[in-house]
Ligand binder design. Structure first.
Ligand SMILES: [Zn+2]
Length: 339
């Protein structure tokens, strides 16, 4: 038995010379130390030994086993070290390589102006409201007193998703949603994206931005509307800005008006910017139609209100003298970084 142990150790030492990787080392472990391995087989013979032989043979067997274990351990450590070195080599960072240029973002001009407009109205006690971009025909047209045959309802003007679902053509449905869910006094602005089946040219885009305004309370008059919009125009375009209200028609307001501001380039004298008139149109507005108040559960005998809607794209184009609405949607950093 002693001889068998010694020859096993010799055999192991011969074989481990040829072991190069962790898998081969594992195979060798199974061959010598596994449940059906050579050492287990030898140890089965221990029972047949005499009392005197047992301690001596047991000692040798332990020594052989621990030598085999140590041999395997050295191979495993070596293999691990080699793998680590390989990994370090492959993940090495070359600090002399030119850096990747990371472009820092910049606030979009539309959002710069939107922030400014929000600040102005928040300063006057307004809250910001939002509504869905996919809107029902009811909220976008019916509840806003739009006649059933109004041309704006047609497929050529409006993007229909289903028969009664559209991409909102204006932010005015947020008025309806607000009046139905809140009690007066109401004082809100609602900025957001709108969609119309328009051509894309320098002044039109199928996707554009509106800011809706709504005030409903007792004793609200046209004078409140004029005062509010005049204060707004002076803050956004300069203290010398004058406003002019021209009668107009919208289904959801009565009376309705369009508002012009005096040209901030020529101070009203007339220039190319204002096409010689001295005035620039900026928004539409009016007193909320009693039918709209009624539809939204507000008694027109007790309450009145005004509403206005302006194009954020247009105001931004005026303010920064941008000549083409398409610049807003091209995400060209050379354009965006100018503001
Ligand atoms: Zn002008």
């Amino acid at each position: 038995m002693k001889e068998r142990l010694n020859s096993t150790l010799k055999m192991f030492k011969d074989e481990i010379e040829h072991v190069k990787d962790i898998n081969a080392a594992e195979e060798l472990r199974i061959k010598f130390l596994g449940k059906k391995g050579i050492m287990t087989d030898i140890m089965k013979g221990m029972g047949k030994l005499s009392k005197e032989e047992k301690p001596e043979i047991g000692k040798i067997a332990n020594e052989v086993r621990s030598e085999i274990e140590q041999g395997l351990e050295i191979i495993k450590q070596k293999a691990k070290q080699e793998m680590l070195e390989l990994r370090l080599k492959s993940e090495k960072i070359d600090v002399t390589m030119p850096a990747v240029d990371v472009e820092i973002g910049h606030k979009h001009p539309l959002y710069l102006v939107l922030d400014e407009i929000k600040d102005i109205f928040i300063g006057m006690g307004y809250k910001i409201e939002e509504g869905p971009e996919v809107e029902s025909v009811y909220h976008n047209f019916d509840a806003l007193n739009a006649p059933k045959d109004h041309p704006s309802r047609s497929m050529s003007d409006t993007f229909y998703i289903m028969e009664d679902m559209i991409l909102r053509t204006q932010t005015s449905p947020v008025q309806v949603r607000t009046m139905k869910s809140k009690k007066p006094p109401i004082r809100i602005i609602a900025p957001g994206r709108c969609f119309r089946n328009d051509e894309l040219d320098s002044t039109h885009s199928p996707m554009f931005h509106q800011i809706e305004g709504l005030v409903v309370d007792k004793d609200i008059t046209m004078a409140d509307l004029k005062g509010t919009l005049d204060a707004f125009a002076k803050q956004i375009f300069g203290a010398n800005t004058k406003t002019k209200f021209r009668p107009h028609y919208f289904p959801f307001t009565e009376p309705s008006a369009e508002v012009d501001v005096s040209c901030f380039k020529c101070n009203g004298g007339g220039c190319r910017f204002c096409k010689g008139s001295g005035w620039i149109e900026i928004l539409g507005c009016g007193m909320v139609h009693p039918n709209v108040l009624k539809e939204c559960g507000i008694d027109p005998e007790e309450y009145s209100g005004f509403a206005f809607g302006m194009g954020l794209d247009r105001i931004t184009m005026l303010k920064y003298e941008i000549d083409d609405i398409r610049h807003f949607f091209e995400n060209d950093m050379r354009f965006i970084k100018q503001f």
